[in-house]
Write a protein that binds this ligand. Structure first.
Ligand code: AOF
Ligand code: ZN
Length: 360
């Protein structure tokens, strides 16, 4: 990844600065929910004089930090913002007003804010004040970066990313004893970045008892751990498992006997169905979920069309007998769920394939 401040010289000017704004916004990924990650860059002439990102709900918005850095140099400058500047009093005052007061004369916006309290009013307010506003620069990237926020607003549930690593013969684990890692170091490092960038990490009770995964972020500078979410209908999981750390969520049946786990300060979410469970996670302020296994949970999500994005590592290994990533029913090829916007990337000896199952 190019560090903030470095972009290719041949991209048109607006895209170049919006790329920077998106990079700043990315610093907030995994930290801003239920708010979106947003970045802002202020440009005077061709010089960047201010930059900012939204660090956390309740703290100032991206524009405020960028305006603070720019100071007097904001007068007559252009602001690049990855989301339409807000027009409402929420936890913080309207950014549109702050941009107007600072003397900004042009605002370039990547994507409009779907929040019904804003939804075009931010742009209108800026235009009413005589500011030139251009909307839609790198919109697709911005929308993708804000997928969690947009998903909760549009569907009342978090954006769900399914992740696994499998051998070339389609096995995610060996059977019986001796279960080492499937993928290599570079793949694991990438997966750690995803954990850092998504709000929650979900597993099923089977994975909890088989692997007792830590579900933490290792080796990412300034990384923070996602909230663990364990799907366990019967609430029968080992209360000593590593997933039950501060902030953990138990998703269980309405009539399950929770006992010890509840006493341990874990958030208990009672839901009859997976869509209800996801709505509940959204209400807890979680905008995105990384689904890390195992086959039973992943299959249930897929069957109910609740997976929005898939990220799979293929490791150049052949295992023979082993565990499949999915346990779904046998069906004809024309019923396969097919990914859109597919990317393929070599990572050390492994290959990462990603794609979307939902529109954003
Ligand atoms: C912006 N810039 O950096 C962000 C925006 O409660 P508040 O005041 O934090 O407002 C939250 C809403 O503001 C959020 O739902 C979204 O509509 C917008 N987020 N807007 O101009 C920012 N994070
Ligand atoms: Zn704002």
């Amino acid at each position: 990844d190019a560090p903030p401040g470095r972009v290719a010289a041949d991209v048109p000017v607006d895209e170049r600065f919006m790329t920077l704004a998106l990079e700043h916004a990315a610093t907030g990924l995994g930290r801003t929910a239920p708010n979106p990650p947003v970045g802002c860059v202020i440009v005077q002439g061709s010089e960047v004089v201010g930059r900012g990102f939204h660090p956390k709900a309740g703290e100032p918005h991206a524009e405020v930090f960028a305006l603070r850095e720019a100071g007097e140099q904001a007068r007559g400058a252009t602001a690049y913002v990855t989301l339409e500047p807000c027009s409402h009093f929420g936890r913080t005052p309207p950014c549109a007003d702050a941009l107007i007061a600072a003397g900004i004369t042009r605002v370039v916006v990547a994507a409009l804010d779907p929040n019904p309290q804003v939804a075009g009013r931010g742009v209108q307010r800026l235009r009413d004040a005589g500011i030139v506003v251009d909307v839609g620069v790198l919109e697709a990237q911005a929308v993708r970066q804000q997928a969690g926020f947009r998903s909760v607003i549009a569907r009342g549930r978090p954006w769900v990313v399914a992740k696994y690593a499998m051998t070339l013969d389609g096995k995610v684990a060996a059977l019986g004893e001796g279960n080492g890692a499937v993928s290599g170091e570079a793949a694991r490092e990438r997966a750690m970045h995803w954990r850092n960038e998504l709000d929650a990490i979900a597993i099923g009770s089977g994975t909890l008892s088989l692997d007792d995964p830590a579900l933490t972020v290792r080796g990412v500078p300034s990384g923070r751990d996602p909230r663990p979410v364990v799907f366990d209908r019967r609430a029968a999981s080992d209360p000593q498992a590593r997933a039950w750390r501060e902030g953990a969520v138990l998703v269980t049946a309405p009539d399950a006997q929770v006992g010890t786990l509840e006493a341990a300060g874990i958030t208990v979410l009672r839901a009859d169905t997976l869509p209800d469970a996801l709505r509940g996670l959204g209400e807890l302020g979680l905008s995105s979920v990384l689904l890390e296994g195992g086959p039973t949970l992943l299959s249930a999500f897929l069957e109910q069309r609740l997976v929005d994005e898939v990220r799979v590592f293929f490791a150049p290994k052949l295992l023979g007998a082993g565990l499949s990533p999915l346990t779904g029913p046998i069906r004809p090829m024309h019923e396969a769920q097919t990914l859109d916007d597919v990317t393929v990337e070599p990572l050390g000896p492994d290959v990462l394939v990603t794609g979307l199952l939902s529109d954003i």
